[in-house]
Design a protein around this ligand. Sequence first.
Ligand SMILES: Nc1ncnc2c1ncn2[C@@H]1O[C@H](COP(=O)(O)OS(=O)(=O)O)[C@@H](OP(=O)(O)O)[C@H]1O
Length: 203
Amino acid sequence: MPRTLEGQITMEKTPSYFVTKEAPARISSMSKGTKLIVVVRDPVTRAISDYTQTLSKKPDIPTFESLTFKNRTTGLIDTSWSAIQIGIYAKHLENWLLYFPIGQILFVSGERLISDPAGELGRVQDFLGLKRIITDKHFYFNKTKGFPCLKKAEGSSKPHCLGKTKGRTHPDIDQEVVQRLRDFYRPFNMKFYQMTGQDFGWD
Ligand SMILES: Nc1ncnc2c1ncn2[C@@H]1O[C@H](COP(=O)(O)OS(=O)(=O)O)[C@@H](OP(=O)(O)O)[C@H]1O
């Protein structure tokens, strides 16, 4: 990590931190006061998004439906598949709470980041003790992309959307499998809402 001078904030992001067993102890021993931000979305959509990303790199992988189950007949879900495992947020959070108080972690809703990016970034700015510089006026909805984009990128006068790897079309998944996954995640989601004091509305 680079040195942080008075009045500066150093930020680092890696999607796998939240699910890495050793990460909380390591970050805590580096700096106990580190503020943590976690972006979470509906774990079922997250799993499909994860699969879509892998599929784009390896088009020959088995279907989402077949990877989901250890045994399709009994409906036993393969919780060792990382696409499924990562979405068990309550389990991962337990690991972080051994090292950090809940107030030191901000949970950003992936859904609201799309429906109300300025509102969600307002929460981020407040959490970091920053003035609310980024507001509604920085975003517009890009109909072609189907997502909010920045009116002006940093250091440019041109609009900027996230790249092609963000906001891919997901494959159609058997609705029975989706429902089975919804049932699977429900208790973990409830526990996560309880732990964070936030209802993410994933049901
Ligand atoms: N503004 C905007 N534009 C495009 N995409 C947006 C935006 N806001 C949130 N998202 C969602 O971000 C998802 C991709 O993020 P990743 O999971 O790949 O991020 S990371 O790898 O964890 O850093 C991506 O998931 P997919 O839709 O499955 O591609 C998007 O739904």
